[in-house]
Design a protein around this ligand. Structure first.
Ligand code: HEM
Length: 394
């Protein structure tokens, strides 16, 4: 059956520029589509939502027998997940208040402006390398409290981690895996060291808040601190790069929306939400059922690898009117761009501010800009999907 090869066809590099017709095929074959390798794909909105909210669906790689250290909380189940997520959230201010993140707005605007200085009419620039890529690393460094002179270290570690996550099938991945592990260890060690220097030395960054927590029950261990800080960098870097880059690509492909936004920049927050639905950075997440689970009229057996195709759910016509149309004024836009349920993106408020600031600052430069290559070259990764480069002529 053709539907048994859907995952292989989606992950095939040739599908990277436009996987959406395959997602339509998936929803039509669904809601649960078994693959030749035994895994299951789910691509319809309501079934994905139900599974993301089902406590019997595990995100922990150890439940499927993978031998690993204790994973970061992105890949832990409750109650362990809840404890670490709550602790990691505390320095951001009280729950559901933008607090510290909102205070980053001015800083983000300054970083954006600096990066845009060389953007002069007539030049060719790469939106990825010259703009979107350096922004989130710099923001995370400022948030954690990494001194400016050490930021290049973070860029190098971040490069190694991104490369390790983007290996071509068939390539020898051992080398980039090793470089990725090495970067993770070095970055963890560096952060623990920096945190130690913060003990008792007041500053207003997150590392200070982590190590000077007065309640011992709420304190992270050294290992948890290193894991959490590394997680913030990994989870928040490439995703934000892809959101900004996909935004530029979408607006240059559909100049009527670019004009509209240039006339009405107040629409930017809504346009960013629509981008998270229409061209999201995270296309799929994996879960494993801890018991047999019934979805529609199919039973997914305990232990099956279940791939939730979030990007397909966000284009489900059962949930969204004309889902393949980019509409920055779309009402009721509850997309899966940041996931849903207990693992709902911890960095969403920051990512939103970064994307709004970045696209807002770029708007004046895009009026007469054009894409040099369409489609642009993509990264290998089908789960975290985005252009490797986006050359544009200003
Ligand atoms: C546009 C940018 C971003 C996108 C599209 C995005 C997307 C997502 C998604 C889909 C999830 C859910 C994963 C799952 O259910 O398995 C997630 C979780 C997470 N994200 Fe983001 N993210 C972005 C930016 C950030 C930033 C800037 C940070 C950090 C500062 C961050 C930190 C996290 C963390 C820690 C989790 C795990 C939460 C948990 O397990 O409770 N993300 N993100």
């Amino acid at each position: 059956m053709d539907s048994e090869t859907l995952l292989a066809r989606i992950t095939d590099y040739a599908s990277r520029p436009n996987p959406y017709p395959l997602y339509t095929e998936l929803r039509e074959a669904g809601p649960v589509v078994r693959q030749a390798d035994g895994s299951c794909l789910v691509g319809t909105y309501y079934e994905i939502a139900a599974l993301l909210h089902d406590p019997r669906m595990s995100a922990d790689p150890r439940t499927r027998g993978e031998v690993t250290h204790k994973p970061p909380f992105l890949r832990l189940d409750d109650p362990e997940h809840h404890r670490l997520r709550t602790l990691a959230m505390r320095p951001f201010g009280p729950p559901h208040s933008p607090g510290r993140i909102d205070g980053m707005r001015g800083e983000i605007d300054r970083i954006t402006k600096e990066l845009l200085e060389p953007f002069e009419a007539g030049r060719q620039v790469d939106i990825v390398d010259d703009f979107a890529y350096p922004l989130p690393v710099t923001v995370i460094c400022r948030l954690l409290g990494v001194p400016r002179e050490d930021e290049p270290l973070f860029r190098a570690w971040s490069d190694a981690l991104v490369a390790a996550a983007d290996v071509r099938p068939g390539d020898d991945s051992a080398e980039s895996d090793k470089a990725g592990d090495q970067a993770r260890i070095e970055m963890g060690g560096y952060l623990v060291n920096l945190a130690e220097q913060r003990r008792g030395n007041p500053s207003d960054d997150m590392l200070f808040a982590f190590v000077n927590e007065p309640d011992p029950n709420l304190r992270l261990t050294q290992e948890e601190l290193a894991e959490t800080a590394v997680l913030l960098l990994i989870a928040g870097h490439e995703t934000t790069v892809n959101l900004i880059t996909n935004g530029v690509l979408t607006l240059l492909r559909q100049p009527e929306h670019l004009d509209h936004l240039r006339r009405e920049p107040d629409l930017l927050p809504q346009a960013v939400e629509e981008l998270l639905r229409y061209e999201p950075p995270v296309h799929m997440r994996e879960r494993v059922p801890l018991a047999d689970i019934d979805v529609a009229d199919t039973t997914i057996p305990e232990g099956t690898s279940v791939i939730l195709v979030l990007a397909s759910g966000s284009r489900d016509p059962m949930r969204f009117h004309e889902p393949d149309r980019f509409d920055p004024t779309r009402p009721d836009n509850e997309h899966f761009g940041f996931g849903s349920g207990i693992h709902f993106c911890y960095g969403a408020p920051l990512a939103r501010i970064e994307a709004q600031a970045a696209l807002g600052a770029l708007l004046p430069h895009l009026g007469t800009a054009r894409l040099v290559q369409d489609p642009p070259p993509y990264r290998q990764n089908a789960m975290l999907r985005g252009p490797r480069h986006l050359p544009i002529q200003l």
